[in-house]
Design a protein around this ligand. Structure first.
Ligand SMILES: [Zn+2]
Length: 284
């Protein structure tokens, strides 16, 4: 499956590292010793008229723990050699389509987050970010919208699903604090869409609920930004019936995962996933 992803890269690939700050491999993989082998955290592909740049937000290695996938039998985990975790990332995508540039999700906003330095390496300042489309409101997707109590992107128009917004606003105080604070900070520039709407850049918002009440997949030409459709690709791409415990409504998440994966296959789309392993593109 990764072979296909790499085929896309080979077809049209620009590499532009952004400081080479990837942490040394501390996991169980045997890392080669050359610093040249550090994975770059920025990579650009062209698919049709759409240019998509993957930006890895996490500074170090990211493995999803095996315990997240309680339904996965040990025999399956063993056969895939995933006992020590499933390779993953926290990713965002910077996409150029129909003459505008859109940031899809914003990562964690952690002190060592790579989003802003990576954008800077692409010549993009925070004020240059005019469009942010959100797949959902979990902290590893909206965290980068704030810098302390201030907005990180002073010129950005934020687009998110009305279903997601309404559901979070009904949640208890403790659960919705970060969402409420962030949405209030951007309230003058917050645009709530319905599933099926066409957004700026000709991007279509597709219903992909289950992970969260308003989880959204975005299609721009042959690019499908799939958010948290899969947290452990090595496991869930072939076994979409397995959920990560992060999926808020497991039954709906499973049906959505199967449906979107089939849709990507039927239409030969390139999926960009916020927790796919580097470089976070998979072409079906
Ligand atoms: Zn996530």
């Amino acid at each position: 499956m990764r072979k296909n992803a790499w085929a896309v890269m080979a077809l049209a690939c620009t590499l532009s590292g952004c400081g080479g700050q990837a942490s040394p491999n501390t996991g169980n993989e045997t890392a080669t010793d050359s610093t040249l082998d550090h994975p770059s955290d920025v990579r650009t592909i062209q698919t049709g008229s759409v240019t998509a740049t993957w930006i890895q937000d996490n500074a170090g290695e990211k493995l999803m723990p095996r315990t997240l996938f309680a339904q996965a039998p040990d025999a399956l985990i063993d056969s895939l050699s995933l006992q020590n975790g499933i390779p993953s990332t926290v990713s965002t995508f910077w996409v150029e389509t129909q003459g505008i540039r859109i940031l899809f999700d914003t990562g964690l906003g952690a002190p060592d987050s790579r989003l802003l330095p990576c954008l800077e390496s692409l010549g993009v300042s925070p004020a240059d970010v005019r469009y942010v489309f959100l797949t959902h409101f979990h902290g590893d997707h909206i965290g980068g919208l704030m810098k302390g109590d201030s907005v990180a992107f002073p010129q950005a128009e934020i687009h998110a699903a009305r279903t997601e917004y309404d559901a979070w606003m009904k949640m208890p105080e403790g659960q919705k604090n970060q969402v409420a604070k962030t949405m209030e900070a951007y309230q003058d520039r917050l645009h709530l869409f319905e599933f099926g709407d066409t957004l700026p850049g000709g991007v279509v918002a597709l219903e992909a609920t289950g992970h969260t009440p308003g989880h959204t997949v975005f299609q721009a030409g042959k690019l499908l930004v799939v958010g948290d459709l899969m947290h452990g690709v090595a496991l869930q791409k072939e076994h979409p019936e397995i959920c990560a415990s992060y999926d808020m409504d497991a039954e709906t998440a499973i049906a959505t995962r199967k449906r979107i994966l089939q849709y990507a296959r039927d239409n030969h789309l390139t999926m960009a996933g916020m927790h796919f392993p580097a470089p976070a593109f998979i072409t079906e």
